[in-house]
Design a protein around this ligand. Sequence first.
Ligand code: F0G
Length: 359
Amino acid sequence: MTTKKFAVKKIGVIERYQEFMPVTERTPIISLNEGNTPLILAEALPKELGLENVRFYYKFEGLNPTGSFKDRGMTMAISKAVEEGSKAVICASTGNTSASAAAFASRCGLKCFVLIPEGKIAKGKLIQAYRYGAKVIIIKGNFDQALELVKKIGENTPITIVNSVNPYRLEGQKSGAFEVVDDLGEAPEYHAIPVGNAGNITAYWKGYKEYKKAGKCDLLPKMLGFQAAGAAPIVLGHAVEKPETLATAIRIGNPASWAGALQARDESGGLIEAVTDEEITHAYRFIAEREGVFAEPASAAAVAGVMKLAQRGYFQPDTRVVMTLTGSGLKDPDFAMSFEDDMHAVEPTLEAVRKVIGV
Ligand code: F0G
């Protein structure tokens, strides 16, 4: 019996897209087989919008190993940190980055410190950071303040920052664009994405451009970024000191990759707009209740934005629109259950159950 028979093919984004990644033979690849997430064709959405000549797709990043797109960048950032001899990593986070950093650090024995805003992080994400063994530091402040602190610590200590100010994060995250093109056989005409710290829109745009240059696609999409109305610094053109939105993942007032987002918007001929919490909630419920796709509120910002643009007649016929659904709906159980007021138990009798069903 040879061991070969038992060899498991690694399918993480670094190995899959090696020629586009800043790696050498010496880079230890720390992977959880992230990426390779499904591009799900929307069925209810085009009907709802009366746009049956446009194909809408959900790039469902909730199926990554820690339940968000952050794993694509984290495999790269952590692999490089290990290559460079780092012993510890640190990040500020609205939740998903901390979950992902903690998981990848645990996989290779790095210490992990995460700074999170008190009371403004979804329960699933907090649980992940603790269970993957990170040192969780709860800040009496918001994400922007936490990120400032992390940057200062990174400057003065040998601890590696794994927020998207670390350029390796974006290198890994650009693989999302590669996968979309690999699945469609071409770039879509439009790509919609929620914007918080603005790393992901920057990374996707970089990915599309690199893939086009390599001859993998002929088109480049218009990049459509969506911020929550109470946390929309890029839309307003100035930092927001007290950002507020129920989509806590994108509750950010001074994004680190602001310039990258503007570049993506302007080079692609796209736009960055705001969607209200009500619009986010509507989209969040729509994709779960009508499409069977359960994503977190921040992810639904992309769908809310697409719904709004469609109502203004923005999308040309016979085009494709991809929406990145950045994280799993299971991340935020409190928000998910906040709509249910009828949860009382009934007697375990046929009569009681029949009464509820109405048969
Ligand atoms: N969607 C989700 C679910 C996120 O967690 C984030 C960012 C975004 C969208 C926005 O992406 O920052 O690249 O523009 N979450 C970060 C975190 C800030 O700490 O987990 P971005």
